[in-house]
Design a protein around this ligand. Sequence first.
Ligand code: ADP
Ligand code: MG
Length: 681
Amino acid sequence: MLSNRLDSKILKTRDSYVAKLKEMGIKTLADLLTYFPRAYRDEQEFTRINEMRTDEVNVIQAKIKSILNVPTRAGGVVTRAVVADSTGELPVMWFNQRHLKQMFFKGSEIILTGKIKFEKGRTMMMSPKYEKPAAVLLHTGRIVPVYPESEEITSKWLREKIFHLLPYAKFFDEYLPFWVLQGEGLLSYSDAIYHVHFAKDEDFLNKARERLAFDELFMLQFMALRRKKWWQEGFTGEKKQVSPELDMTYFYSALPFELTGAQKRTIGEIFTDLKRDFPMLRLVQGDVGSGKTAVAAAAIYAMVKSGYQCVLMAPTEILARQHYKNLTELLTRFGFNVQLMTGSMTAGEHAAVAMQLATGTCDVVIGTHALIQEGITFPKLGLVVIDEQHRFGVKQRAKLKAQGFPHLLNLSATPIPRTMALTIYGDQDLSILDELPPGRTPIVTRLVPEDKRSDAEFWVSDQVTKGRQVFVVCPLIEESDAIQVKAATLEFERLSKEVFPQHRLALLHGKMKADDKETVMQAFSQGDIDILVSTSVIEVGIDVPNASIMMIEGSDRFGLAQLHQFRGRVGRGAHQSYCFLFTDSNTDQALQRLKYMVKFNSGFDLAEKDLELRGPGEIYGVKQSGIPDLRMASFSNKELLDRVRACAQRLVDEDPNLTGYPVLAEKILKLESQMEVTDAA
Ligand code: ADP
Ligand code: MG
């Protein structure tokens, strides 16, 4: 029934409307009934004529005292009416709506929705919307649903059609367990569908929205928690626990600094995982510079000391090399054999490392995300650390299971609000590094309008003369590598020739050969280059302590999280660091976002603001996560999320295969196959 295709007969409309609906993705009766309003107008109470206000839309119910059509000189017609309720009279005018005279007569009741204005000392209403009072009011005199519209498909049209077909809502099967409905006091699914469109009153509307929001989060939580359960239970074979004799003192004393409280706490959480019967699946979220590497190194140390091999994977070759450099420095003093394995190595070099891995002589291998896919064997793989990979999903994890089911540690420098993290990464345990190492001077961030550009460039030039180094990030124009590269190349030429001819500049972008990139990065970190102009490839991880200025062109084109990532490239050394945001945009929204950059230094704060300003879809990594858009739920409703999570956990514990809930099972299967396309993390 509900899966029936919509046609002109059931909709009582023309074929062109059916086609339009189809374009909007509304093909079946169920699609139409689950096309939810985007907003509501509360028009439950009629305004009295003597209480109407000029600054808002008034809805009145009145009686027609007189109505007549007056021809105009231009050949049109003006309909003039006077309506009255118990408190007063109101003149009303419409233009070229001759038929009104046929619809309404002296003495008819009419409902009018419109603004009033003063003209020639009188209050009057011009061209209001009108409706005959009926047994059921649809367009006024109630909580009126407002739908996402397209050109022909208006809210008014949708209201009529949906109302007409709403009785079919009772054919929607209930799919949530009864104990959830009862325990949470939720409306049944079909009642929720009914009231989300035409709520009896505000209470019912709120209940309907609560139920539908609950459903959206519930599906995602159930899927995530079930993946977590399956990860834990899918484990068979040898337990990869840290040895009970493990002593970390040597490692801690080798670190050139005291760990922060947050680092200690996170390492504690990891060690608890490493002592369990099943492999760890943990996400560490921490701002740029919060010291995630040291945390990962502690885990690596513990595992190698317990006799296992470890892998660290980074999103780019540059980052892999950087990790290699830092970790060899730290770990070789313990006698560990640390190797690098990247795409740009020769086949021979590759084979040599693979051999060391296969024979178990190599303890730690560092490379890009491709590493795990290359069919290399690790006889004693104990831990995989994944740096900054939002898309490291279910499929890749399945590969890891085949490699002996190691512990998995994800590191992410894009903080997102906790409620969102629990939804998106709900199958992982979460550690948060919410503390920066002491002694960091906050980066000074400035918004630079176009007319201040040359002042800023002059100042930057002076800083370079004093020995500082500079990053320039070019704007994101569209999601095309080729165009990005071209924009960066042009900017590089402009800066080299016109702005900083006396300094040494270099260009870096994703289309360059790995060797060339490496050469440029090497030169920049050795100080042989003053100004590095690049596309967003430098976004994650690059560590050049002497670089103290970050210039971001077209900054309004980036999200807050991304801007914050860029900014994190500076402020790593002894010098006061600066971030300049260039923009030629002057829309309020863009400027507000950039002002938040100036005001806040913490990535967690900025993520909250991004959620407020732009919605969850714009938060970095969310789109890639494959999570469908939430239509009803909001990530800021922590209370609801806690309830959802508790119910989803209970269902995962009691009936993970949903044998008792076939309708829910089918819905979840469908959602999972949709999300698998993008390979949700
Ligand atoms: P991220 O979390 O961005 O990966 P890193 O691990 O690269 O951060 O650390 C950033 C810098 O801070 C590195 O130079 C690192 O040596 C240093 N660092 C890390 N932890 C501490 C600490 N507890 N005290 C002082 N410096 C630290
Ligand atoms: Mg890092």
